[in-house]
Design a protein around this ligand. Sequence first.
Ligand code: PFF
Length: 455
Amino acid sequence: MTQKRSSFTGKIGFVLAAAGSAVGLGNIWRFPYLAAQYGGGTFLITYLILAVTFGFALMCAEIAIGRKTGKSAIHAFSDLNKKYKFIGWLASIVPMIILPYYSVIGGWVSKYLFLSVSGNISTAAANDGQYFSDFIAKPFEPLGWFLLFMGLTAVIVLFEVEKGIEKVSKIMMPVLVVLTIGIAIYSMTMPGALGGVLYYIKPNFSNFSFMTVLAALGQLFYSMSLAMGIMITYGSYMKKEVSIESSVHQIEIFDTGIAFLAGLMVIPAVFSFSGGEALADKGPGLMFMVLPQVFNSLGGVMGNVLGTVFFMLVLFAALTSSISLMETVVSIFRDKFGWGRKVTCIGVFIGCLLLGIPSSLGHGPWASVEILGKNFLDFFDFISNSVIMPIVALLTCLFIGYVIKPKTLIDEIELGGRKFKNKPLFVWMIKYIAPVFIVLILATSVLEGFGVISI
Ligand code: PFF
């Protein structure tokens, strides 16, 4: 299918669009609970090191592949070498797995927005946020919110009104940053919060484990929208005059900055309300249990207003991400089968509903069903972040390092006589360090996931 490729107007346009896809629930919902679970400062430092080395190299590579070929993942790989089209295919499976469960969590955010709007933040805050566990255990209500969020995403993609949403989110995003900073400062000054601040920013290597690295690596892919073909597509829309290297720096700063702030907002508050011991066991519910307590501590009206503004901003961040996920899935099917836009959107919507239902029910009526010891949502999260994405990243590195050779992409990055400042890092990461590292991580995680070893 040949469609005219539009392109981003300039660097700012590109960076904002890519950051719109990158910044989402991964930063605000996923990062804080992983940091809480996997050693606080130890997780933070591991993540930061991976981001500036591995994340940097892989994001440069994906954007360069996209811009060089002007195609999205599947065609981009086959353009560079026909035999390796399968890497593009494998990458394309990831958004199909993520979108359904992403929408389940988008549904939870919608519910919390509704709770705040209707003046019920105190209900959500009561008993250390117990409301959340009761809510996700219900059979139908979370399903309804999931349907709403998924439906909203589908309608926006169907009527091609993403541009409108993106415009709004360009205003919302900076507001989200400011509000997050404000809430983080407030959280840090609550009684007893200091222990949380220290836990979060001070590495304590007795907390370090293999799982810290695995979780940080999976989070890196997820948060920066890597190893799933998305950045290749974004790169294909990037103008040749724009610098890939400095764009990547800016996206990374934006994405990591918001994740860092989200952690500062949530973790000190946990220490203040329920002490450090409560950190690990809240898991994916952490944000939903803790933030209502923060808002509620501001007093009735103020708490509800702040909750409303906050959850609305998070909802927008989640929507820009779910739209980019759905857009990707839709275009894969359209390219492959030549289907019309409407039919494809409806088909993808139905498919996602079917795949999302187990993730939603897995906390309630289907809680007893486990795959590899995990509920459905955690299983989908594990398969995409800890299995398929590392495989895609590994194959991408090997493909660049040994098939098309790093020079092919370096030329693209250096186009117009630009200097690629971190070229040695790029080459070393892609050819040697990343592949060895991923093989180690992957082998261990798969063996652990299947219960062969325990770490
Ligand atoms: N990076 C997004 C987040 O952190 O929430 C998740 C995501 C969005 C992944 C869009 C992929 C994507 F296409």
